[in-house]
Write a protein that binds this ligand. Structure first.
Ligand code: NAI
Ligand code: MG
Length: 337
């Protein structure tokens, strides 16, 4: 029986890249049924709720989600639905592989995986304003929360991932020199977990130096693991190593649910123009296929991506070409035939 997944096209370029992704999934013969649901700004506008009950129920039933980007207002307004979904389904590991697929960029042959803690850290949303002398916004406070439980399961995930995927090294990036308690605990737990994996090389590095080294010499890294916000920031940096956000996939993995989405956002600057690159979401769909044990289909799609991108006839604008989303998608479908 085909696996039913919840599909949330989302906001901005979301519907365009989701259409393209589903077209390629169908052409590749993925054995999936799609339960289409809304979330984000579009859901707020059409259902008066950025995370409607029907979406949650669908996700609850299917446990596997493919999600487009959701617009989150900065500052005031509703809280991030992405963060909410990760919390509701306890999707504690955000797995973000970056691999060169467009040759001729700044770096060749990048092949790295960032594992970002997805439920704790500074993004727990424990924050408030402090009013002083009639100014209600005189100060603000956000709390970073790290637990031994959370740090241990993400560090263990990183080592298990390294083992299962034939990776050699895990780097834990932190700021324990300044944030001695929260980041100190994360590092302490990482050191303990590392002892159980003598077959995997291990190092820890300060987060800022890690950012510099990723640009100077990304080849010294393999798997990287870190706290939520550090992972958010460095995963965009790492997407930059392979030519940009349009090419970076992600899986949010929990014990009994998983949500796959591109690293990029809703890209309001290019939404509705038919020029968005669907590769990030399509590669996220490949991670989904791996997850539901349809690896052969994922391999075929990755092969088609390599063929089309290397041929350099139908690349989207961000990949240095002039193809529309539809033209690029059609080229992928032809490459699958
Ligand atoms: P963004 O990732 O949407 O866009 C940054 C830049 O990259 C823009 O110039 C955009 O045109 C380009 N870009 C992104 N994806 C692309 C693609 N597939 N093809 C070609 N170019 C692409 O980041 P931004 O503008 O900071 O955020 C926009 C909105 O998205 C915000 O509301 C933010 O909260 C939300 N967001 C949602 C995420 C999610 O749903 N997981 C992740 C990141 C941001
Ligand atoms: Mg981000």
């Amino acid at each position: 029986m085909a696996q039913t997944i919840t599909v949330i096209p989302g906001d901005g370029i979301g519907p365009e890249v989701t259409d393209a992704t589903l077209t390629v999934l169908k052409a590749a013969g993925a054995d999936l049924e799609y339960d289409m649901q809304q979330a984000g700004l579009i859901a707020l506008q059409e259902q008066r709720n950025p995370l409607p009950k029907s979406t949650l129920e669908s996700a609850e039933a299917n446990r596997i989600m493919l999600k487009g980007p959701l617009t989150t207002p900065s500052g005031a307004g509703f809280r991030s639905i992405n963060v909410e979904m990760r919390k509701v389904f306890d999707l504690y590991a955000n797995v973000r592989p970056v691999r060169t697929i467009v040759p001729g960029g700044r770096y060749e042959d990048i092949d790295l995986v960032l594992i970002r803690e997805n439920t704790e850290g500074l993004y727990v949303g424990v924050e408030h304003y402090i009013g002083i002398h009639g100014d209600p916004h005189a100060a603000a406070e956000s709390v970073m929360i790290i637990t031994r439980f959370g740090a241990e399961r993400i560090c263990r995930y990183a080592f298990e991932y390294a083992r299962a995927n034939g990776r050699k090294k895990v780097t834990l990036a932190h700021k324990a020199n300044i944030l001695k308690f929260t980041q100190g605990l994360f590092l302490e737990v990482g050191q303990e977990v590392a002892k159980e994996y003598p077959d995997i090389e291990w190092e820890d590095r300060i987060i800022d130096a890690t950012a510099m080294l990723l640009v100077l010499d990304p080849y010294r890294f393999d798997v990287l693991v870190m706290e939520n916000m550090f992972g958010d920031i460095l995963s965009d940096l790492m997407a930059g190593l392979i030519g940009g956000l349009g090419l970076a996939p992600a899986g949010n993995i929990g014990k009994d649910a998983a949500m796959f989405e591109a690293v990029h956002g809703s890209a309001p600057d290019i939404a509705g123009q038919g020029v968005a690159n669907p590769t990030g979401l399509l590669m996220s769909a490949c991670l989904l296929l791996d997850h539901v044990e349809q690896q052969e289909v994922a391999t075929r799609i990755r092969g088609a991506l390599d063929t089309v991108i290397r041929a350099n006839e139908s690349r989207t604008v961000d990949m240095g070409g002039s193809a529309s989303t539809t033209e690029y998608t059609e080229a992928l479908v032809r490459a699958l035939a």
